[in-house]
Design a protein around this ligand. Structure first.
Ligand code: M6R
Length: 620
């Protein structure tokens, strides 16, 4: 949700910032902008702050920059931003960077300043004026008012931020004190890239990896002051900090499309590997058990838990729902699943004997972070299942399991979902073995998990058949997704994938609930995706499919390989390999991801950057 990148050094800042913005564009793409300072290494005051910004994608900004190239050719320092609009419509004026009225201070911001109204009123009475409707401009002008008082940029930023309520990741440059970038965060991710005589600031590592692997993840209420000679860090409370420099562990190839048309497709195709990476070194197949080093500090607590509460949003919430079914089945521990956004505001009953498991690809989702804080405040132990290493959720939890899925760039989550399921399966297997599963049962599950990567590959090798089905439904206005048991959450996930990237209205439903309402929607224009894999409720879902057929609905069935019967009831059948019922969600979701992808591509939608969405939702 908004991407920030900044550079100070001796190289072409425009090129570095634009490249970084393109890599961060998945975080928001309503508008983009840069603030550039020409070479100020002589340290004199300068008025050469150039602001260029445009509504629309980074490519629009790039065109603008190409026209202005001569004015900024010398820039070796600057900040850039790609925006997901919160306050103010996405137009040129509301785009970041924002400046003070005299254009001496430029600021980019990710987050929301909640008390901006009060601050704005105060500034208006002091005679300051505003050009945009944004909370960010208010913060910029607020810093300027502080500067007028203290005549020190770092101190002005610090003082302003200590009065601000809400969330922020910011980067600031100024002609008043050139040769400096000031960065700070509270609730929005920000890191400093440490190079040789050059420094970077970015919302995530993908923007800097091309130049350095050494990064510092800023903590909440921490600021960094970057110059060409080095950096310093301190808290907004004015205490010096000494954060560790960490190494980025993914490579450049993992954030490039690698020959695929879209990141989403690449990520779908990565799943044989990413699923494997999630259990590699953790699954002890010969013992029918698992080793989860990241959970060591909380393992006893988890084994003795009275109750497990999953909390998450979106796709991660769907994997949590699968988790409820699997853990209750294998371990007999009561499980609840909560939308993080609801959990935090409804005073949930939590005891110190509860274990809360927060699931998040990005590790930055504001609602999930807030739910974690609520749970910890009430004494629960909190575990994180997170993909992004060093992210806020990874750091806020008592222990956790990293998904090791690599960077997920496509806004529609795919590989993170199956990796989340892998992590959940490992926890469920472990808890099951401590409670009710025999070693033999554990071994059967472990062996079935080991077969999953090649089974995913098998489905991907037959993607062409899904594409053909997709072509027939490009003009559909609605879709219904039905599933039961472990596959009910998969139906929800299939519907979410379709609606977010193709803008077709889609609903996921427990198959048997259909007759309590949604059945009224079914006619010859309604495609109904039914997940009907062979398990103990197979006959029940066949009955539900017949109910759809009786009303002329078009059934697209996801069925187990070898199921000869299903073709009688369905217009189209997509077969997936046989596995244990608890593992079917991992396989059943793959054709649904492909279906959504191909429908969206056929409709000409931008699947990697669907309208109104952003990859990580760092605002409430
Ligand atoms: O990064 P998180 O897993 O916490 O994100 C949660 C949701 O915002 C995310 O899953 C969202 O629903 C995706 N766009 C789904 O494809």
């Amino acid at each position: 949700m908004c991407g920030i990148v900044g550079y100070i050094g001796t190289k072409d800042a425009v090129k570095i910032i634009l490249t970084g913005l393109k890599r961060l564009e998945y975080r928001g793409y309503d508008s983009a902008g840069v603030a550039l300072l020409n070479d100020t290494s002589n340290g004199h005051l300068t008025d050469n702050l150039t602001i260029l910004k445009r509504a629309g994608k980074v490519s629009e900004l790039e065109k603008l920059i190409l026209n202005q190239k001569s004015a900024i050719a010398e820039a070796t320092q600057g900040i850039g931003h790609t925006r997901w609009a919160t306050h103010g419509v996405p137009n040129d004026v509301n785009a970041h960077p924002h400046t003070d009225p005299e254009n001496h201070i430029a600021l980019v911001h990710n987050g929301i300043i909640e008390n901006y109204g009060v601050i704005k009123q105060k500034l208006l009475t002091q005679g300051f004026t505003f050009r945009s409707e944004t909370d960010t401009e208010v913060l910029t002008v607020f810093i300027r008012s502080m500067y007028d008082r203290v005549k020190d940029l770092t101190e002005a930023v610090r003082l302003a931020l200590s009065e601000v309520e809400g969330t922020f990741g910011i980067a600031v440059v100024s002609t008043l004190e050139p040769d400096k970038i000031i960065a700070a965060r509270r609730g929005s991710p920000l890191l400093v890239g440490v190079g040789d005589g050059e420094y970077f600031v970015a919302s995530d590592a993908s923007a800097v990896i091309q130049y350095t692997r050494q990064v510092i993840y800023l903590d909440d209420d921490e600021m960094a002051i970057l110059s060409r000679d080095g950096y310093a860090t301190k808290t907004i409370g004015d205490e010096t900090t000494n954060p560790a420099i960490q190494e980025i562990h993914f490579d450049l190839a993992s954030i490039e499309k690698g020959g695929f048309d879209h990141f989403m497709l690449k990520e779908i195709y990565e799943q044989p590997n990413t699923f494997h990476d999630a259990f590699r070194g953790r699954l002890l197949a010969s013992e029918g058990n698992v080793r989860l080093g990241g959970l060591t500090p909380v393992l006893d607590k988890l084994r003795r838990a009275n109750r497990i509460i999953f909390t998450a949003c979106g796709t991660s919430w769907h994997s949590a729902l699968v988790g409820e079914y699997i853990i209750e089945q294998l371990a007999g521990i009561p499980v609840e699943v909560e939308y993080a956004s609801e959990f935090r505001y409804r005073n949930p009953v939590i005891t110190p004997d509860d274990v809360v498991i927060a699931i998040s690809q990005s590790g930055e989702t504001a609602d999930t972070l807030a739910a974690i804080k609520e749970a910890r405040m009430k004494g629960a132990t909190v575990i994180g299942l997170v993909n992004v290493v060093g992210s806020s959720i990874a750091r806020e939890t008592d222990a956790g399991i990293y998904l090791h899925a690599g960077p997920e760039i496509g806004v529609a989550s795919t590989k993170a979902f199956t990796s989340q399921l892998a992590a959940i399966l490992l926890i469920a297997l472990h808890l099951g073995r401590t409670r009710r599963l025999s070693p033999r049962e554990g071994m059967d599950i472990a062996q079935a998990i080991e077969r999953i990567p090649e089974q995913i590959q098998y489905i991907l090798d037959h993607a062409e058949s899904v594409k053909k089905i997709a072509e027939q439904y490009t003009d559909a206005r609605n879709f219904l997704y039905l599933g039961r048991g472990y596959n009910f959450p998969v139906a929800l996930e299939g519907a979410l994938k379709l609606k977010e990237i193709s803008y077709i209205h889609a609903e996921g439903y427990p198959a048997a609930e259909m007759k309590h309402g949604p059945i009224a929607l079914i006619d010859e224009n309604m495609p109904v995706v039914c997940i009907a894999t062979q398990d103990e409720i197979y006959d029940k879902i066949i009955s539900n499919i017949q109910e759809v057929r009786a009303r002329n609905g078009n059934v697209i069935a996801i069925a187990s390989e070898g199921d000869k019967r299903i073709a009688e009831f369905a217009e189209h059948v997509i077969y997936i390999p046989n596995t244990l019922p608890i593992l079917t969600p991992v396989l059943a979701v793959i054709p649904l991801q492909l279906l959504a992808y191909y429908v969206a591509v056929q409709r000409g939608c931008n699947v990697d950057m669907p309208r109104n969405l952003a990859k990580s939702v760092t605002v409430e």
